[in-house]
Design a protein around this ligand. Structure first.
Ligand SMILES: C[S@@+](CC[C@H](N)C(=O)[O-])C[C@H]1O[C@@H](n2cnc3c(N)ncnc32)[C@H](O)[C@@H]1O
Length: 277
């Protein structure tokens, strides 16, 4: 994986984070990467996620153990999780606020002849009242919540959408994303990356008082695991599995490492909705 991503200009530190994956050689990965190479070659994150291959995402989704009805993939990016979910669920809805990524996801689905996935452009569930009628048994909120200051509102609307006993897979960056952003910015002298790093620090201090008073972690860019677990419990979203727990099963392969330079880095938690939130 590490060496193969060189030809796509994926940042060396991002390649290193994914070094424990094989580079997928499947026809569908080849098609998706071709679309990305032609239409959005600068989107190294999406390229890296597609290079992991749909079989990885399919295995992860199958392990969630949910009724294969409707799956909502919030913050779907270029559609890697949504398109993998299409083989498992009757219907999949992918939503993202980045219109370029939504267009790419649509094109890849079309090229792969997948017809039970709908990609919607938007930054809130409230924009799509038609979703309320669906029987949503699974929500994927993978690597999206830290990117929005509205993360609790997003979590609440996803929770409302999910039917009782449905499951939601949530993943988020922890504080280890700070040294990662700093080092990757420094490594390639990328001023934008360093600016994002400074913003993360800035938001942290700006929201310090708010966090102290209402227990909400509002820092842009990462989420504190302990306060987030509390937030989940308050919403009757009961954790059934998390990757920082030692008992995670031998076949589990994380998308990103759990720790970076000794700091918690990438957390994943599967929650079950026990009653209306
Ligand atoms: C790090 S990417 C993850 C993409 C995908 N879930 C994956 O794991 O490959 C985060 C995605 O969330 C989207 N996003 C961020 N804030 C959002 C919001 N408020 N509403 C919808 N999408 C959002 C971004 O546009 C981006 O595509």
């Amino acid at each position: 994986m590490h060496n193969k991503l060189v030809e796509f200009n994926v940042h060396p530190l991002l390649r290193k984070l994914l070094a424990h994956h094989e580079f997928s050689q499947s026809e569908e990965t080849h098609i998706a990467l071709e679309v990305l190479r032609q239409r959005l070659p600068q989107d190294e994150f999406s390229i890296s996620q597609w290079a992991v291959g749909l079989d990885y995402y399919r295995e992860r989704i199958a392990a969630l153990n949910v009724a294969p009805k409707v799956c909502v993939d919030y913050g779907c990016g270029c559609g890697n999780w949504s398109i993998a979910a299409a083989r498992i669920f009757d219907e999949v809805i992918g939503i993202d606020k980045n219109v370029e990524r939504i267009v790419i996801a649509q094109e890849i689905a079309q090229r792969l002849n997948i017809h039970n996935v709908t990609f919607l452009h938007g930054n809130s569930i409230r924009m799509f009242p038609q979703l309320e009628k669906l029987s949503v048994s699974c929500v994927l909120a993978f690597n999206v919540l830290p990117f929005s200051l509205e993360r609790l509102k997003i979590l609440d609307s996803l929770c409302t959408l999910l039917k009782n006993n449905g499951r939601m897979l949530i993943s988020f960056n922890e504080v280890g994303v700070l040294p990662y952003y700093f080092l990757s910015g420094l490594y390639s002298l990328d001023l934008n990356r360093l600016k994002e790093f400074a913003l993360m620090i800035g938001y942290n201090f700006f929201h310090f008082m708010v966090r102290r008073t209402n227990q909400c972690e509002k820092t842009y860019g990462w989420i504190n695991t302990n306060s987030f677990m509390q937030i989940l419990r308050e919403r009757k979203l009961i954790p059934v599995w998390c990757n920082w727990d030692s008992d995670i099963g031998e076949s589990y392969k994380p998308l990103f490492p759990l720790r970076y330079l000794g700091f918690p880095f990438f957390q994943e938690v599967l929650v079950e909705k026990r009653k209306s939130c």
